[in-house]
Write a protein that binds this ligand. Structure first.
Ligand code: F6R
Length: 253
């Protein structure tokens, strides 16, 4: 696993954008796996800047988002579809018809299961994800794969832990009762199939999850630890998030 320690979130965004853009420019069709939340925002801002100022082209990009809450309409202020439109897709020349976000509005459980299979099929049909972007939860989750998730899991429904709902209450008027209880999320197995993965983390609150996932045992107790088994996984973390790492050999820039 490659670990790059950066000074702040702006540098984290630039370094992560560099990794993706180097790859993107080489491909006729490029498949990105995307995350929501606070962490990838600096990377999205950097990608938008490069599009505006340097003409970075996204017309060859297909994207698949990791997850979506169940029960929020697509136009809800906290739906991940809306988050992606507002924070990235509306500002670049990506074909929105080729931006996929799990559909959290399906009511019937059987239909959700069919949707999850369909989502996996869509990813497979375009040849798999080339670069998957991840954040990490304070409990080590990736996507909404909470501790205890099978390391081989694929896209499915997951119940959110109280820890995650508390962490995310900041987006819902600080009221945990407004945070949905369920989500659709790509599985850890889905993430592991991506050709390359970059996990971003910033702030002291992520230090325990970062050290456990990088240096602890590979275990479903810390879902991100599965990335230790990925052939091409990079962490880009700021100094606060890296503050509990103990091993030598990490890159510092
Ligand atoms: C969101 C996602 C989550 C977040 C994680 C960190 O699509 O997959 O795993 O990456 O909860 O969230 P932030 O970045 O808000 O700290």
């Amino acid at each position: 696993m490659r670990v790059i320690i950066v000074k702040d979130t702006q540098q984290m965004g630039r370094v992560a954008a560099d990794l993706i853009v180097q790859d993107l420019k080489k491909r006729a069709v490029y498949v990105l796996g995307l995350a929501t939340g606070s962490t990838p925002l600096s990377m999205y801002q950097e990608l938008i800047r490069r599009h505006r100022e340097e003409g970075l082209d996204f017309s060859n990009v297909i994207s698949f988002n990791l997850d979506e809450y169940i029960g929020l309409p697509a136009n809800h202020s906290e739906s991940y579809r809306r988050f992606m439109n507002e924070n990235l897709f509306n500002h670049i020349n990506i074909n929105k018809k080729l931006t996929f976000v799990p559909d959290g509005t399906i009511k019937d459980l059987c239909d959700v299961e069919k949707f999850c299979d369909w989502y996996e099929g869509q990813i497979a049909d375009v040849g798999g994800v080339d670069y998957q972007v991840l954040g990490i939860g304070t409990n080590g989750h990736i996507g909404f794969n909470e501790p205890g998730s099978s390391l081989g899991s694929m896209t499915r429904i997951k119940t959110l832990t109280e820890r995650t709902r508390l962490d995310n209450a900041r987006f819902f008027d600080n009221d945990i009762n407004q945070v949905p209880k369920y989500s659709i999320t790509m599985g850890i197995g889905t993430v592991m199939k991506a050709k390359k993965v970059v996990l971003l983390a910033s702030g002291k609150g992520k230090a325990d999850a970062v050290v456990e996932s990088c240096e602890g045992a590979v275990s479903s107790k810390c879902p991100a630890s599965a990335l230790q088994l990925h052939q091409y996984a990079t962490y880009v973390v700021d100094e606060a998030a890296a503050s509990k790492l103990t091993l030598e050999g990490y890159e510092k820039i």
